[in-house]
Design a protein around this ligand. Structure first.
Ligand code: TXA
Ligand code: MG
Length: 328
């Protein structure tokens, strides 16, 4: 997957304050030494991301949370024991030394222990002193589709990344579930592969619903994860009729969970899996593929209104938001 020489090149780049693209089980990350302010600033420049948005600190398995968080509530220990390494990010009160550029100037810090052998090898090798971790958002330009393959990172960010480690296609395909543990009750900030029900099970209490979008949390802005082509969600029952009508005057690309009817055989029509996890795994690569067709519009068949589809539904509605807003 990744040779010792490639790993060494990535470590050298990180120690020199440069950026490294690395695989995680969710999406590829754009990593920098979380204790080096200049290095973390390069992430924002490379992504074109507003400077006050916080970035998640990625840690090797077994790293002491106290090195980053001023308080580690019992809920955090429970969730860490249960879900790490894995696609869960916890928001905790920051330790004093954590850089403002990492927290977006907030009183909290996001921590995550990713479950990918290459990410863990990199984090373990990088952790020769404490505190040590990699600040890493998804390795895409701000507001665009997250990368699930190494080649997506190179295509998006080019020379801004010193090294890209290729760990193959991301297993999960959607960004981590984010739970905020800084308040009196645990709150789900971003749905993901680990569901609210699974978290509630381990915590023994329900989670508060996602709050109204905080302007500091880019993954929670209404328009995000968006292809350049306007995208629109259409209920299953209206799909064929809507595509037939729209394709009168425009070139339409479709992402559906069913095959195209014969009357629409001429339309660019991609069939996605009908299983939520399999759909999530392929979604971003398929959106990139649809975007690359250069059509006038992307029509996406709405997904089932079911907890298993919550994370997919969340990303699709953000991908389609600009189009929906324009029609209001
Ligand atoms: O799966 C993932 O989480 C991927 C991989 C690379 O680990 N990372 C990722 O990072 O999605 P990013 O930057 O695209 O999304 C990070 C989001 C922020 O936009 C914000 O919503 C939340 O995490 N976040 C991070 N630190 C926070 C903090 N201190 N308080 C509130 N939200 C925070
Ligand atoms: Mg992102």
């Amino acid at each position: 997957m990744v040779s010792a020489a490639e790993l060494e090149a990535a470590l050298t780049a990180l120690r020199n304050g440069q950026l490294v693209g690395f695989p995680t089980e969710t999406v590829y990350g754009l990593g920098a030494d979380a204790t080096n302010e200049q290095a973390v600033r390069k992430i924002f420049a490379a992504k074109g991301r507003p400077a006050d948005h916080p970035v998640i600190v990625h840690l090797p398995l077994g790293a002491p949370l106290e090195a980053w968080a001023s308080q580690v509530p019992e809920a955090a220990r429970l969730l860490a024991a249960h879900f790490w390494p894995g696609p869960l990010t916890m928001i905790l009160p920051r330790a004093r030394h954590v850089l403002d550029v990492v927290t977006g100037g907030q009183a909290s810090v996001g921590l995550r222990v990713p479950d990918h052998p290459v990410a863990q090898a990199l984090l373990q090798a990088f952790a020769q002193h404490q505190p040590s971790g990699l600040a890493a958002p998804s390795a895409n330009r701000f507001g665009r589709i997250s990368p699930t393959q190494a080649e997506h990172v190179r295509a998006e960010l080019g020379a801004a990344v010193a090294v890209v480690l290729d760990g193959g296609p991301a297993r999960v395909g959607l960004e981590s579930t984010i739970v905020d543990l800084t308040g009196s009750r645990p709150t789900l900030l971003r749905p993901g592969h680990i569901t609210a029900a699974q978290l509630a099970d381990v915590l023994g209490q329900p989670l508060d619903a996602p709050q109204r979008s905080s302007p500091r949390a880019s993954g929670t802005l209404p328009s995000h994860y968006a292809p350049a082509t306007p995208a629109q969600l259409v209920p299953t029952a209206e799909l064929a009729a809507t595509v037939a009508e729209l394709s009168q005057g425009q070139r339409i690309a479709v992402l559906a969970r069913q095959a195209a009817p014969r009357s629409l055989a001429a339309v660019d029509w991609i069939v996605a899996p009908d299983d939520a996890a399999a759909y999530a795994h392929e979604l971003y690569a398929l959106l990139r593929q649809l975007d690359a067709l250069g059509c006038d519009r992307i029509v996406v068949e709405a997904v089932p209104d079911d907890p298993a589809w919550q994370a997919v539904q969340d990303r699709l509605s953000r991908a389609a938001y600009r189009t929906a807003a324009a029609h209001e």
